[in-house]
Design a protein around this ligand. Structure first.
Ligand SMILES: [Mg+2]
Length: 117
C-alpha cells in the first residue's frame, strides 16, 4: 500500500467530520469547531510535554511518544479539515509552508520575528 498523499489524507479525514452541513462562514459552528479544535489539540500536546517536564524530569519515554503521536495526528486532522472548509488542498498548505521555511533558511532569517520575513 502506497503512502497517502496530503490530499488523499485530507479527503479521507473529511469523511469523519461529524458535521453534515459544512460552511466556509467563520460564524458557522461547523467551521469554528475546527478552529477551536485545532487550538485545543495543540494545547493537548503542550499539556503532555508539561507533564513530562514536571513529572518525569523531561525524559520522553516510548509511551509518551506514542501518546504525542496521537495528538499530533489530531492536529493534522484539524489542519486538513479546516483547510478543506476553505477549499484549500492540504498539499498547498504543505507546499507553501515548505517554500516559506526554505526561503527563510536560504536568506538566513530563520531566527527573528515577523510572519512574513
Ligand atoms: Mg487529542
Amino acid at each position: 500500500m502506497s503512502p497517502l498523499t496530503f490530499n488523499e489524507y485530507q479527503d479521507q479525514a473529511l469523511t469523519t467530520d461529524i458535521f453534515e452541513h459544512r460552511s466556509s462562514s467563520v460564524a458557522d459552528p461547523s467551521f469554528m469547531s475546527k478552529v477551536l479544535g485545532l487550538v485545543g489539540e495543540a494545547g493537548e500536546i503542550a499539556e503532555k510535554f508539561k507533564k513530562i517536564l514536571r513529572d518525569k524530569d523531561g525524559i520522553l519515554d516510548e509511551a509518551d511518544k506514542q501518546e504525542i503521536i496521537k495528538e499530533l495526528g489530531d492536529v493534522l486532522w484539524y489542519i486538513g479539515v479546516l483547510s478543506k472548509y476553505m477549499d484549500v488542498p492540504l498539499q498547498d498548505v504543505a507546499d507553501r509552508n515548505l517554500d516559506k521555511v526554505l526561503s527563510r533558511k536560504a536568506r538566513g532569517v530563520q531566527k527573528g520575528s515577523g510572519d512574513n520575513r
